[in-house]
Design a binder for this molecule. Structure first.
Ligand code: PHE
Length: 452
């Protein structure tokens, strides 16, 4: 077949879009964002979160993609190669190493929550949601959490799903499935939203999520919103960097980034609206925490026509979304091992999988037997891993990437990768070099008690 430059360009761009969107869209949007909104005071959090996506997330996603496309390697070797090209210290490679580790720490709890989603596919299929009341739904969820064996079994299944894809290196196959899965997820969300609108209290949900109330913007809400912007866009740990190396030179990094960030944010906010209109109509607590979607959505599925089927489909799609994200959490570490040692891909995958699975057991227990065990600042094991990764490691990774690209790399190289017109480049440069570092820096200073 003759080569058509146009076609191969499109293919590459599409592969990249799907892989990166697959990484970004996951439990962060469907499970985490909705409950974080509730825990952090509603609209205040939404406002700061959206600001963080636009002012920090989008520019830094461009930064991470440009680093990946320039380096064409796993994050650790990639950062080293970029540092050598820029005639800087090769210690920058540790930034890549930190990212790989962060991914594995995240996976240890991501897989446990992914397991909850799998459990709920079965619940929906068994008809457990039918005519369910709010109290019953909460009780069902509590029963699941109280059973370490069930949680462990589902965590094991989820880890197995993740590692078997990674072991075979067939990520692209699964990512192609995103082609259908992400639009389907949007479609089913619209059904859910329509239903919530008709029976729930959409007005209260809207007020709660969007009516600006600046008095509620607390430092903790800002901290969580910034951390979640990183988590939601998969930034700061090298996943996007690895996928950036798929990208051909002549594809616009900026446009692709904006599409992904918009889809990612919109999806999360839509889930939030669907959930909160049910929360308010059923007098549930908006600040229920990590169980929120599992407690509220069954009420909707339990009362709508064909709800058992739609509910099952919904949780299947969420499971797929989580699956394509979990792969990206572990891929940087596997790529590094395979490219640097004689260890075979599948051996590396199962060994890393085992380690993460073991850590996941501690997470499972932190929802029941070890609930009272606090690691630091009164946080249990799950909460510690979550906060450590989202509010410290990911923003720190992002900060260092921004500094590297903005202050250490040759500006011409950066410009070559981004390929923006002057005005757009200036905008990227300003957000990358000033806004993002100052925002992240301020959050860290607050976190360490240096500013109040
Ligand atoms: N962005 C993913 C989600 O929202 C989670 C993730 C975080 C994936 C960091 C990769 C890296 O579910």
């Amino acid at each position: 077949m003759s080569h058509s430059p146009h076609r191969s360009h499109w293919n590459n761009r599409w592969t990249f879009m799907l892989a990166t969107a697959g990484s970004a869209i996951g439990l962060g949007n469907i499970w985490k964002l909705p409950y974080m909104i509730g825990v952090n005071g509603g609209s205040a959090f939404v406002l700061v979160f959206v600001a963080c996506i636009f002012l920090v997330g989008i520019p830094l996603m461009m930064t991470e993609i440009l680093l990946g496309r320039r380096a064409q390697k796993n994050p650790l070797d990639g950062m080293q190669a970029l540092a050598i090209e820029a005639k800087r210290s090769t210690a920058w490679k540790y930034l890549g190493g930190m990212g790989m580790l962060t991914g594995l720490l995240i996976l240890s709890f991501y897989s446990v929550i992914g397991g909850w989603v799998l459990a709920y596919i079965i619940e929906a299929a068994r008809g457990s949601f039918s005519q369910i009341t709010a109290a019953q739904s909460t009780a069902n969820f509590d029963t699941l959490l109280a059973s370490p064996l069930q949680l462990l079994a589902w965590h094991t299944v989820f880890m197995f799903m993740t590692m078997s894809v990674v072991a075979h290196g067939v990520n692209s196959g699964l990512e192609k499935a995103n082609n259908i899965l992400i639009p389907s997820l949007f479609a089913i969300l619209l059904i859910l939203l329509g239903y919530s609108m008709s029976v729930g209290d959409m007005h209260a949900a809207f007020q709660f999520m969007f009516k600006p109330d600046f008095s509620k913007i607390t430092p903790v809400a800002v901290l969580s919103a910034l951390g979640h912007a990183f988590f939601s866009l998969s930034l700061g740990m090298g996943a996007v960097m690895v996928y950036g190396s798929y990208l051909q030179r002549n594809v616009s990094i900026a446009r692709t980034t904006i599409y992904i960030a918009l889809a990612d944010t919109l999806l999360g906010l839509l889930v939030g609206l669907a959930i909160y209109s049910l929360v308010f109509a059923n007098h549930l607590a908006p600040n229920a925490g990590p169980g929120l979607i599992f407690q509220t959505l069954p009420i909707a599925f339990g009362h709508m026509p064909a709800g058992g089927f739609i509910g099952m489909l919904f949780f299947i799609l969420v499971a797929f979304a989580a699956w394509t994200s979990s792969i990206s959490l572990v891929e940087p570490a596997i790529a590094w091992i395979v490219e640097n040692t004689k260890i075979k891909r599948h051996t590396a995958a199962w060994a890393i999988g085992l380690a993460v699975w073991l850590l996941g057991i501690a997470v499972v227990l932190s929802f029941n037997e070890w609930k009272a065990i606090k690691i630091i600042f009164g946080l249990n094991i799950f909460e510690t891993l979550d906060k450590l990764t989202s509010t410290i490691l990911l923003p720190l990774g992002g900060l260092l990437m921004a500094i590297f690209a903005g202050y250490f790399m040759n500006k011409n190289h950066v410009q070559e990768e981004l390929d923006l017109n002057d005005q757009h480049f200036k905008f990227w440069h300003f957000t990358n070099n000033y806004i993002a570092p100052i925002a992240i820096g301020a959050v860290f200073l607050y976190l360490f008690g240096l500013i109040k």
